[in-house]
Design a protein around this ligand. Structure first.
Ligand code: KIV
Length: 273
């Protein structure tokens, strides 16, 4: 099956994201962490690829995103950038690379941009990190904000449950989104928040909201690629739609290969020199 037919083959920019919101065109995003997957995702017509620090869970098997380092994010982002021709490539700033202050944040942001070749960075947090976000924007680096469930703060939250259900947290999220968009962030990721709150944020800020578990009224959607392809069977949050069952496809194919090797069927004459 062919991918989504893109009407515009030009490289997607952060400005295009904002234009898409203005035109009411939904923005599609997925994560990728490696060259092969990113090439498939890009050719299928995705608008944006996030090199997420969820690589920590998906690629390395950690239980949180906290262990990711700047060097590891650069390795993954560089692999993705080599494959991508059209999509906007956004790289996560990992835990510890900007929480220690403005100077560290700018130094690490510049390093990730220089060494990975990605187009933009994503950072978790609200007004607490506003000065650092502003300094990174001042350095000419586009920033996507990330509010709601911010996995780098999982030890503070203590749970991956839906955020901002209470009025006080919802009001803070709305004012954080306004402050970050007014500061110049080109988009705001909203993770695991009530759909009504995400709709209000989407209405009240001028830059696109990209939702994951934030309902259908966001300007765009993002999922973790391994989850939506059904590679990972143990993770079934309500917001996840599985578009394939690659776990079964891969297990069956590998099982068949094992059988063929054991029986001597592989390789046959036409597969030999
Ligand atoms: O790291 C990641 O994959 C993310 C998405 C869940 C938004 O931040």
């Amino acid at each position: 099956m062919a991918g989504y037919l893109v009407s515009d083959n030009r490289k997607v920019t952060t400005h295009r994201f904002i234009e898409m919101k203005q035109k009411g065109e939904k923005i599609s995003m997925l994560t990728s962490y490696d060259y092969t997957t990113a090439g498939i995702v890009d050719r299928a017509g995705i608008d944006g690829i996030l090199v997420g620090d969820s690589a920590s869970n998906v690629m390395a098997g950690n239980s949180t995103t906290l262990p990711m380092t700047v060097d590891q994010m650069i390795y993954h982002a560089r692999s993705v950038v080599r494959a991508v021709k059209r999509a906007l490539v956004v790289c996560d700033m990992p835990f510890g690379s900007y929480q220690t202050g403005v100077h560290d944040g700018v130094v690490n942001a510049i390093r990730i941009m220089k060494e990975s070749g990605c187009d933009a960075l994503k950072m978790e947090g609200g007004v607490e990190i506003l000065d650092t976000v502003k300094a990174i924007l001042d350095a000419g680096i586009p920033v996507m904000a990330h509010l709601g469930l911010t996995p780098q703060s999982i030890n503070k939250f203590g749970t991956y449950a839906v955020r901002a259900k209470e009025e006080k947290e919802a009001a803070k999220l709305l004012s954080d989104a306004k402050a970050l968009s007014e500061a110049g962030c080109f988009a705001v990721t909203l993770e695991k928040v009530p759909a009504a709150l995400a709709e209000q944020v989407t209405r009240e800020i001028s830059v696109p909201t990209i939702g994951i578990g934030a309902g259908g009224k966001c300007d765009g959607q993002i999922l973790v690629v391994a989850d939506m392809l059904g590679m990972n069977q143990g993770f079934s949050p309500r917001f996840l739609r599985r578009y394939a069952d690659l776990n079964t496809v891969m297990t069956d194919a590998i099982g068949q290969y094992v059988t063929d090797v054991k029986s001597g069927d592989f390789p046959n004459e036409s597969e030999s020199y």
